[in-house]
Design a protein around this ligand. Structure first.
Ligand SMILES: Cc1ncc(COP(=O)(O)O)c(C=O)c1O
Length: 407
């Protein structure tokens, strides 16, 4: 075993190697974490932080979750990977549990969110080609985020994500969120050419903007009436984050396609696309695939993650703690003019600031709280789903103090 990992390097050493050997495509904050336990993170200087971010809504069960660690140990002892050229019991059992908790259909397993959306994009196009007279246009919303691969980027309705890459995959239509008339007009103009509509129930990277219920219900109905696949990207909202296992449950509807990743492996990379039964025929052998997708270890971790979420009454906790945090954030908003709006659902919360908030994130870090700034002016809070009331309260005190000094 390599000795070098047995103690932390200094932050300067890590930064020096990172700058020298890695692409500079991430605007990194000046901390490196070495250890995590529950809702606490420890940096290379052994300073502790309350984690209000879960590594972008990934470590939803907290760090060092004993049953996940045990599953990783036990599974890696037995077998990690064999490939999709063979059957694999962990994958089959994970798919079964995913279908049991969603809708009758089929599962494709992959390694990340953008790959789940890539699969949904390809499945939608195949549906359009084979079942809807060649329809290949796809609708998504302004300010959405669906990933960084070519299809993920094209699906994303943000100019800044497209910029510099030349011609994107053609056939995308970007519409304003919550505008039913704009959707109806588009359907009237080109409904026959449209195969799918991708949407996030809460735009996460775009600044925690929940879609209006009225809009989601109208969009679902319009899609149904016009043979357009309704694709819910729950890569950020899925697996309990909003207080239901999946956010679509809030609207009492079921999507045709659901995409998942992030919290599915509690930090282990795994993604999934679930599609209703009658789309299954379009993914025939050779049409799509992934070397790693759903390997023994990834599938085992995802299986255990879902079992834990469902067996520990976490969803009720998300609802009650989410209410508490929302109430406290509304009080903070009342006190400070720099806060303009509080948005969110469950433990997926956003604080809109009047000015860019990167410096606010830095001052929170200095006082032992990890939060994130997205969409320039939104503080995003996505703690582990099992965050304690005590640490929720402590973290909000830190945030309030930092906001009170934020000019
Ligand atoms: C809604 C949504 N879709 C897709 C993605 C892309 O996921 P990944 O970074 O795992 O490729 C993200 C990531 O933030 C996301 O929030």
């Amino acid at each position: 075993m390599s000795e070098i990992f047995q103690k932390p390097l200094t932050l300067d050493e890590i930064k020096e190697k990172t700058d020298r050997y890695l692409f500079g495509n991430y605007a990194r904050l000046p901390r490196a974490f070495y250890f995590g336990q529950g809702e606490l993170l420890y940096d290379t200087d052994n300073r502790s932080y309350i984690d209000f971010f879960s590594g972008i809504a990934v470590t939803s069960l907290g760090h060092g979750e004993a049953d996940i660690i045990e599953a990783i140990r036990e599974q890696s002892d037995r077998i990690i990977h064999s490939s999709n050229l063979f059957y694999n019991q962990e994958q089959a059992l994970l798919a079964e549990v995913l279908i049991q908790h969603t809708f009758p259909g089929k599962v494709f397993l992959c390694n990340s969110g953008t790959e789940a959306n890539e699969a949904a994009f390809k499945l939608s196009r195949l549906f359009g080609q084979k079942a809807k007279g060649g329809a290949e246009k796809i609708i998504s919303l302004h300010n959405s985020f669906h990933g960084r691969t070519s299809a993920g980027m094209a699906l994303t309705g943000q100019e800044k994500i497209h910029s510099g890459f030349g011609n994107l995959i053609p056939g995308m239509i970007y519409l304003p969120p919550n505008d039913i008339a704009a959707l109806e007009n588009e359907i009237e103009a080109s409904g026959k050419e449209i195969c799918a509509f991708f949407l996030e129930p809460v735009q996460g990277e775009g600044g925690i903007h929940p879609l209006d219920t009225e809009y989601v219900l109208a969009a679902k109905k319009i899609c149904e009436e016009n043979e357009i696949l309704f694709v819910f990207d729950e890569i950020q909202t899925g697996l309990g984050r909003t207080g239901k296992l999946f956010a679509y449950e809030h609207y009492n509807i079921k999507p045709d396609i659901l995409t998942l990743a992030k919290a599915l492996g509690n930090g282990f990379p795994v993604g999934a696309m679930i599609a209703k039964e009658d789309l299954a025929e379009f993914f025939s052998p050779g049409v799509h695939g992934s070397t790693f997708g759903g390997n023994h270890l990834a599938s085992r971790v995802a299986y255990e993650t879902i079992k834990i979420i469902m067996s520990r009454e976490l969803l009720d906790h998300v609802v009650s703690l989410g209410d508490f945090m929302m109430q406290r954030l509304l009080l903070i908003k009342q006190k400070f003019d720099s806060v303009t709006e509080i948005r969110g659902m469950g433990l997926h919360l956003g604080i809109e600031m009047q000015i860019p908030c990167r410096d606010l994130v830095l001052s929170c870090l200095d006082r032992g709280l990890v939060v994130n700034c997205t969409s320039e002016k939104t503080i995003r809070i996505m703690p582990p789903l099992n965050l304690s009331l005590e640490n929720a309260s402590k973290g909000l005190d830190i945030l309030e103090n930092c906001i009170s000094e934020f000019k």
